[in-house]
Design a protein around this ligand. Structure first.
Ligand code: GCB
Length: 728
């Protein structure tokens, strides 16, 4: 028999980098905590780069009752980021990597009285990923810690946190069978393995054929089988598995069980306002309920290994997963071993989950590093490791927009993907479309996906003329309307993942009216508010539950005489009522737009397929200042009315490329930019040396380039006057 005791209570926490001996004494007087726990639940989310990063201690006495059993192991499911386990003052192990599980044997070191002291370190170094990324590196024992007591003959527990059992189902779609290979690791002479009601006794490994196999078939039918392995000592391990076939086609995208199954979904980080990453099962399950409500069929579990409970939820809900390690932003010469270790642990611990389709090698790794031989070699080794440990799945990586599509790194993984933020950080929305069209035309034989895209929105901010950078809920919605349409027109994209389903802690940020948060979520950090863009995807993806959603509910006070009311719905017909009078009826799909006259305060109601949604809006004389984040930038919106600009002459609304194609106009902007460049040398060098960046800038309008460069109102107007003097 195997006895698992979860060590929830009885921990003493010490926020101090003392020695192991001192830790015991000091911690016993220190704060009492329960696990899971992070010491950054508050300071990791309030911005300013000042969250506590260092060594902290967790100390606990083990009772007699807890230490019985022939062999005793300690299991840590998440210790962020570097951890050392001491028993009775003696160091038993050192583990680097904050997202994978690991175990250590205590048996030989047990005494009459037993004290565990565990140090956890989230300070910076040059070896353990992540070190540079847009999320808070919470420290703590933020997942469960268990004691596992097993008989002398037992399944392997130590190697890479293995479950001791590995199940590989290979499906023959034509014959409707699955050949299931079950391998086990243990120290007994034989093992009984049971799959689908059939038991085989073997040394280590057995094969089973499942006839008329019930496929694990995505969100509609995620059927799971069970494999169990038992030793005569009574030790037993089991795992669920699913029988399915994945494949990717450069033109047709993703296939599940032989049929086209476009992967359309979102990314998720593992944190929650007020709790940090110390999540309970209920928190994970609540997130999954939101994912199901949205109607997504895929998740990118970014940027590291998530909790086993969460992969289990994905298995149960038929969500196809991109799993990855935190090899992110910046390549470290000393970090190679750590990337390989984290990948080995990820695959070993997650291999059996039918939900996982691809292993992600890295994320935006060239954002702060050159593509040199060391980086390439690191990727080749990771790629080989993935294929060696798991020949059944594909590898991929998420590339940063400025990585040239000719880069040799794109030849390493099986399939490719890009994170693109045109229309948010820089450039125009349409550049996304052009980027993929160019890539697809140049590499028709390569599989390409869209691993990240998004725009920040603070639901307090609103505008009737939403603009890039204004943090309004309306711009976020417009941004995603464009992307949804772009994606639907490109069925070759093997997967698309919105960045991000939830707002999350990014301690380095201080923007958009909030500290320490990335607000690209479709749902707020505390999960209480679904932004309008959430309902756009729900309208497009959720085919199960009819609904109708009125956009702009939080945008109550409006100055215009006629306002746009937008409705998102998965119905094909929507009716709009104003003060109980029907004012419009429309057929269509997903997005329904109505122009509505505003006189005073109005009750708006939308109806579709038996569902309804209501809101109040109000005509006011002056813009409501509470809705504007950046008051200075917002005034820019109204500098130029389209009709003031003569379209037969150049203007700041033309792209840099268009302007440059005219000798006189080109010379003017080049001179202006050269002046700017000499003032900001580093940026200029980065642009000069990067043809991808240059191409991208060529497609940006002069106005958006100037705004992003921080140009003031007067110099923008000045340039526009000069350009308006030049005939096209
Ligand atoms: C990215 C990163 C992600 C960031 C995101 C952003 O490309 O991969 O970690 O959070 O951009 O919001 O800037």
């Amino acid at each position: 028999m195997r006895k698992i005791t979860t060590l929830t209570d009885g921990w003493h926490f010490l926020k101090s980098a003392v020695s192991a001996e001192e830790a015991y004494k000091a911690a016993m007087r220190g704060e009492a905590v329960t696990l899971p726990h992070t010491w950054n639940a508050v300071d990791g989310q309030d911005g300013g780069n000042d969250y506590h990063r260092g060594i902290c201690w967790y100390v606990r006495e083990l009772s007699k009752n807890e230490t019985t059993g022939d062999r005793l192991f300690l299991e840590l499911n998440g210790a962020a980021h570097t951890c050392e386990v001491y028993l009775n003052g003696e160091k038993l192990c050192h583990h680097e990597g904050g997202y994978s599980a690991f175990r250590v044997e205590l048996t030989e070191k047990l005494g009459e009285k037993n004290t565990l002291a565990i140090s956890v370190d989230n300070s910076s170094n040059d070896r353990v990923y992540p070190q540079k990324a847009d999320f808070t590196f919470y420290g703590g024992l933020y997942r469960t810690v268990n004691l596992i007591a097993v008989p002398a003959e037992h399944f392997e527990l130590l190697k890479d946190g293995t479950p001791g059992i590995k199940v590989t189902p290979v499906v023959d779609l034509e014959k409707k069978t699955a050949t299931v290979t079950v391998e086990t690791w243990h120290n007994a002479p034989s093992v009984d393995i049971t799959v689908n009601g059939e038991t085989k006794t073997t040394e280590r490994c057995a094969q089973f054929i499942i006839e008329n196999v019930h496929l694990w078939d995505g969100v509609d039918d995620p059927w799971l089988y069970m494999a169990t392995a038992k030793l005569s000592s009574g030790d037993e391990v089991s795992c669920r598995f699913g029988c399915r076939v994945f494949s990717c086609d450069p033109n047709k995208g993703f296939f599940l069980n032989g049929r086209s199954y476009p992967l359309r979904g979102v990314s998720r980080h593992q944190d929650l306002k007020g709790k940090g990453n110390a999540l309970s099962y209920e928190d994970h399950a609540a997130d999954m309920a939101i994912i199901r409500e949205l109607g997504a069929n895929t998740l990118r579990l970014a940027h590291y290994q998530h909790a086993q409970e969460f992969y289990d939820l994905c298995d149960e809900n038929g969500i196809i997963v991109w799993a990855e390690i935190p090899y992110i932003t910046m390549h470290m010469t000393n970090g190679r071993e750590n990337t390989l270790n984290q990948m080995r642990e990820l695959i070993t611990q997650c291999y059996h989950h039918p939900c996982i389709a691809v292993w992600g090698l890295s994320n935006e790794i060239t954002a702060a590093s050159a593509v040199n031989e060391d980086l390439l070699e690191n990727h080749r080794l990771l790629n080989e490791l993935c294929h060696r440990l798991d020949p059944t799945r594909l590898t991929t990586m998420a590339n940063v927009f400025m990585l040239e599509i000719e880069s040799p790194i794109l030849e390493i993984p099986d399939i490719n993907s890009y994170n693109l933020y045109f229309g948010w950080y820089l450039g125009e929305l349409e550049q996304t479309d052009e980027f993929f069209d160019e890539y697809h035309a140049k590499y028709p034989g390569r599989v390409i996906g869209f691993s990240e895209y998004g725009a920040d929105a603070n639901p307090a901010f609103h505008s009737s003329r939403p603009e890039k950078g204004d943090y309004t809920e309306e711009y976020q919605a417009l941004y995603h309307e464009h992307m949804l349409c772009m994606i639907e027109a490109r069925p070759y994209l093997w997967a698309t993942h919105v960045w991000n389903l939830f707002d999350f802690a990014a301690d380095g940020r201080d923007e958009g009216g909030k500290h320490g948060e990335n607000q690209k979520g479709l749902v707020t950090f505390d999960r209480t508010l679904r932004k309008d863009a959430f309902y756009l995807y729900k309208a497009a993806w959720n085919r199960k539950e009819s609904f109708v959603h009125l956009c702009g509910k939080r945008y109550i006070n409006r100055c215009e005489a006629e306002t746009e009311i937008k409705v998102y719905s998965n119905a094909t017909e929507v009716r709009l009522y104003m003060d109980d009078t029907l004012i419009g009826e429309q057929q269509g799909e997903t997005i329904f737009r109505f122009a509505v006259p505003l006189m005073g305060e109005h009750l708006i109601r939308a109806e579709a397929e038996g569902c309804s949604d209501t809101m109040i809006i109000r005509r006011v004389n002056e813009p409501d200042e509470n809705y504007i984040f950046n008051k200075a930038a917002a005034s820019v919106t109204n500098w130029f009315d389209a009709d003031e600009i003569d379209p037969s002459c150049f203007s700041i609304n033309d792209t840099l490329g268009e302007i440059r194609s005219h000798p006189q106009a080109g010379a003017i902007v080049d001179a202006m930019m050269a002046k700017g460049a000499s003032e900001r040398g580093d940026v200029a060098d980065a642009v000069k040396d990067n043809p991808a960046l240059q191409r991208m800038m060529g497609r940006m309008t002069m106005l958006s380039l100037l705004k992003q460069g921080g140009a003031d109102e007067e110099s923008i107007k000045q340039l526009n006057r000069v350009l308006q003097g030049i005939k096209k």
